[in-house]
Design a protein. Structure first.
Ligand SMILES: Nc1ncnc2c1ncn2[C@@H]1O[C@H](COP(=O)(O)OP(=O)(O)O)[C@@H](O)[C@H]1O
Ligand SMILES: [Mg+2]
Length: 240
């Protein structure tokens, strides 16, 4: 069996002001897996994802990405493998125009400018944003900003894709488009935090459910989706 793409062992995390948010989290994601990270609002999904990409450091335990232990000195190398979409797309867009935002990553990694621009233009077309290429992110709707941020992430051709509530602000047509784009991507692993059960069931196969700072459930998403009682008990009522 191949080594896991993401291996998390007994990590804990507390914000400086108090209660621990993550208690003792362990899981492995193997190459080829598409995984949902579920859990009620405030359960620690974003905190966990930010630990995985080294934006936050766990107080104990370890994280291994593509066989590399995540620590200060490996951070830049590990980040090169991971495309991460923040829950708030505004955190991801900072250039004067979204074309420059999407071009920024490839340029930064040494792709020649004309090629970087071609990659960016194609992604803006894929995400329906070609007419907005010269606008700044704050002149876009929330959903458009999210799509622009996703284009910027995919421009880096990540090996591992980690998305924090990617369907927020998207209409049904774009939720479907995004699912189709993600299903076609040649990435090793996708991990998506979301509450959007129906969408998750089309994009992912396995669900990790976090509750009170622990992984409460690790299960095939299709069977979980049919188990409304379990979902209700986990604070994830179906149909709302
Ligand atoms: N910067 C912060 N300082 C202190 N507590 C925080 C901060 N960010 C989040 N929290 C707390 O950590 C918990 C988990 O938050 P978060 O990871 O954002 O949850 P989720 O993404 O599942 O909604 C919440 O109780 C939240 O109030
Ligand atoms: Mg969150």
């Amino acid at each position: 069996m191949q080594n896991p793409a993401i291996q998390v062992e007994n990590i804990a995390y507390s914000y400086s002001n108090g209660e621990p948010v993550l208690h003792d989290i362990s899981f492995r994601l193997n190459p080829g897996e598409r995984v949902a990270l579920m859990g009620p609002t405030g359960s620690g999904k974003s905190t966990l994802l930010e630990n995985l990409i080294g934006l936050k450091q766990p107080s104990k335990g370890k994280i291994i990405i593509n066989d590399i232990l995540l620590e200060q000195k490996t951070l830049a190398e590990v980040r090169r493998y991971i495309g991460f979409a923040f829950q708030d797309a505004k955190d991801q867009l900072f250039m004067p125009t979204i074309l420059e935002d999407v071009t920024f990553g490839p340029l930064n990694y040494g792709v020649p400018a004309p090629e970087a621009k071609d990659i960016a233009r194609q992604l803006l077309i894929d995400f329906g944003l070609e007419a907005y290429a010269k606008r700044s992110a704050h002149e876009l709707s929330g959903g458009q900003r999210r799509l622009a941020a996703l284009a910027g992430i995919l421009a880096l051709k990540p090996d591992i894709l980690i998305l924090d509530e990617p369907t927020n602000g998207l209409d049904p047509a774009w939720r479907r488009n995004l699912a189709q784009i993600l299903l076609k991507l040649p990435v090793k692993v996708i991990l998506v935090a979301s509450h959007d059960l129906n969408w998750l069931s089309r994009v992912t196969e396995r669900a990790l459910v976090i509750s009170s700072g622990r992984i409460h459930l690790d299960r095939d998403i299709q069977s979980l989706l049919k188990d409304s009682e379990t979902l209700e008990n986990l604070g994830l009522p179906v149909g709302w």
